[in-house]
Design a protein around this ligand. Structure first.
Ligand code: DAK
Length: 260
């Protein structure tokens, strides 16, 4: 599929999605949401892609939120539909078997911060700024912000950030656990790609099972979570990659995983 608002590129066993609307700081409109869904499906169906990155074009913004131009004249019903659509696309991203990394190269606000939070990992450039400024617009985060921010940083920080609409810098985001790592802007994409390649070299079924156990397990009680972990681990025992991983260990050589 040809895209107007995003760029999808493949590099060996990883892919990079670049949100490409620099004139509006990569703000996401409906068309971009649809293109993202199509790109996610394309990546998910391609088993040769073992990890992917989402970033923004230019040096100023990752995504400065939902495109505010599209809020004008929305009835509550239209707002609800738009909100649910965005939520379902971000949930699709969150639940993908292919692990995702947000390379946050500037402003990650509102729907932009929410998209980064739906990714598995987040690397930020030193100039990145995060925020959920919806309350300043008279609304509240509608694409998962109240839920994912709370899960990632806890109620204390989530409430402060959402109640005040305050932006935080990359270092503060790292301190509260919103990002994995902060790097100089010129190193951002390379760092994210190195991490993606590192994950891509791992056994994909084991990575998918780890993701499932962490994500599903964190939403249930401990006993149920441990049960999910045991089932997911049992499935790994049935893979050729498990045999190869253990064999390579004893043969003192790097393992070659096939995803089987
Ligand atoms: N939407 C549309 N245009 C935007 C934009 C946005 N989110 N952010 C920036 N732009 C545009 C600006 O209007 C400006 O356009 P021109 O004036 O050049 O035509 C251009 O990008 C450059 O921006 P600035 O001139 O403002 O640049 P500055 O460096 O001065 O400021 C800034 C950068 C990021 C601090 C500032 O642009 C800013 O505050 N932007 C808005 C941030 C924001 O509030 N984002 C929205 C968060 S709310 C829902 C669905 C979705 C959502 C909620 C509910 N339902 C359906 C219910 C999600 C909501 C959000 O994401």
């Amino acid at each position: 599929m040809g895209f107007k608002n995003i760029i999808l590129e493949r590099e060996e066993d990883i892919a990079v999605i670049t949100i490409n609307r620099p004139k509006v700081l990569n703000a996401i409109n409906r068309e971009t949401v649809d293109e993202l869904q199509a790109a996610f499906e394309e990546i998910e169906q391609d088993t040769a892609i073992r990890a992917f990155i989402i970033t923004g074009s230019g040096e100023k913004a990752f995504v400065a939120g939902a495109d505010i131009n599209e809020f004008t004249g929305l009835t509550p019903e239209e707002g609800r539909l738009l909100m649910q659509h965005g939520q379902s696309v971000y949930s699709y991203l969150e639940h993908m078997g292919t692990p995702s990394i947000a390379a946050v190269n500037g402003y990650a606000l509102g729907g932009g911060c929410e998209m980064a939070m739906a990714c598995d990992l987040r690397i930020a450039s030193a100039n990145a700024k995060f925020g959920q400024p919806e309350t300043k617009l008279g609304i509240i985060p509608g694409w998962g912000g109240t839920q994912r921010l709370t899960l990632l940083v806890g109620k204390t920080h989530a409430k402060e950030l959402i109640y005040t609409s305050r932006f935080i810098g990359a270092e503060e985001a790292a301190v509260i656990g919103l990002v994995n790592k902060v790097v100089p802007q010129e190193e951002l994409l390379k760092t994210a790609k190195d991490l993606a390649h590192q994950i891509a070299a791992m056994p994909p079924i084991a990575i998918r099972m780890a993701k499932l156990a962490i994500d599903k397990g964190s939403q249930v009680d401990m006993d149920t979570g441990l049960n999910i972990e045991a089932q997911a681990c049992a499935l790994c025992f049935a893979t050729e990659d498990k045999i190869e991983g253990c064999k390579a260990f004893f043969e003192k050589r790097p393992a070659k995983f096939q995803g089987k």
